[in-house]
Design a protein. Structure first.
Length: 332
């Protein structure tokens, strides 16, 4: 057993602590997308394993739905603060890259009265500046900075889709959520494979063969975003079950803690090594018993007085330490 102190500034007390696993996953996806755009020569046919950029973009949409659902809650949601945070996060860099692409690439190289007139380019610029050009009907699909089409779709999800999802309840059963995620994945994949047309984003006069090609990006982004929202619902349900188990365990341990406090004031030090017979129900408190419990029950969380001296030798021989205050007991 190992005893870890949880201080007041600990991330364990922060309901919105960083999910490091998702940060790493986002980094991997960003690397894959960057490699796909720059296409450096890769030895040993590594491109087969690394260039899954289309799936990486779908992963970004899923992560956005999951992360926003993790950070913002229905009861505390304020649209003005949320919108300000979204603009500050994505718009400055988006606008800088748009202007740079126009000044360095589109205006000197692509403007042509026959293939891409200046009037059309100016119209595309304003629609891109408003992050509207990837949307069907109101936009042409052209993006001077090609990867920025996903930002336009993200912005739609931020502005319209996520506030709507906050008002809804996800399916309660795990099976229903899984079926919904599979269905969304199938719709997105089939639509992408059948109608995706990369020429739409090029700065030139172009008309796609099918009108569905203009809807692919939006539907794809919405499917991924909703799938992330559903995945968070499963994560949240698991987390609530864990907290409920901890609360029940806290109630079970509370009588024992109250009985130990008088002994603590006398300077008695308690050891959790080996087998001890407690006075509260006659149960044996052993490392083996705790190890055999379910995962939530192995994370024992309760409060002791600041004067409680506890010697906590580790069952795997890591030594002893005496700590006071709030404790979290975790298996070694």
């Amino acid at each position: 057993m190992d005893v870890q102190h949880i201080g007041r500034g600990s991330p364990n007390q922060n309901p919105h602590q960083e999910l490091r696993a998702l940060t790493g996953l986002r980094g991997v996806a960003a690397t894959v997308v960057a490699l796909a755009h720059f296409r450096p020569p890769l030895p040993y046919d590594l491109a087969v394993f690394l260039l899954w950029q289309n799936a990486a973009v779908d992963l970004f949409f899923c992560l956005s739905g999951f992360t926003l659902s993790y950070v913002y809650k229905r009861r505390t949601f304020r649209f003005s603060g949320y919108l300000t945070a979204r603009i500050a996060r994505v718009y400055p860099l988006y606008l800088v890259t748009l202007i740079a692409a126009g000044a360095l690439y589109v205006w000197p190289l692509m403007i042509n009265p026959l293939t891409y007139p200046a009037g059309t380019a100016l119209s595309d610029f304003f629609r891109q500046a408003l992050m509207l050009n990837a949307r069907p009907i109101v936009g042409s699909g052209v993006h001077w900075n090609f990867p920025a089409w996903s930002i336009s779709i993200e912005w739609f999800c931020y502005l319209v889709l996520f506030p709507l999802l906050l008002t809804q309840n996800a399916p309660r059963s795990t099976a229903a959520r899984l079926i919904c995620i599979i269905a969304l994945s199938i719709v997105s994949y089939r639509l992408f494979m059948a109608y995706f047309d990369e020429h739409i984003t090029s700065p030139e006069l172009y008309t796609a063969k099918s009108q569905w090609s203009y809807w692919v990006s939006l539907i794809r982004g919405m499917c991924g975003f909703i799938a992330g929202w559903l995945a968070f619902a499963s994560y949240e349900q698991r987390d609530k079950a864990c907290h409920a188990d901890l609360a029940e365990l806290h109630c079970d341990l509370d009588p024992m803690v109250r009985r130990l406090r008088p002994l603590a004031s006398a300077g008695v030090s308690f050891s959790f090594r080996g087998t001890r017979r407690d006075e509260f129900g006659g149960a044996d408190i052993t490392p083996a018993r705790i190890e055999s419990a379910s995962l939530p029950r192995r994370h024992l969380l309760f409060n002791l007085s600041d004067t409680f001296p506890m010697s906590s030798p580790c069952s795997c021989g890591h030594g002893q330490r005496s700590i006071a205050g709030r404790y979290r007991f975790t298996s070694c």
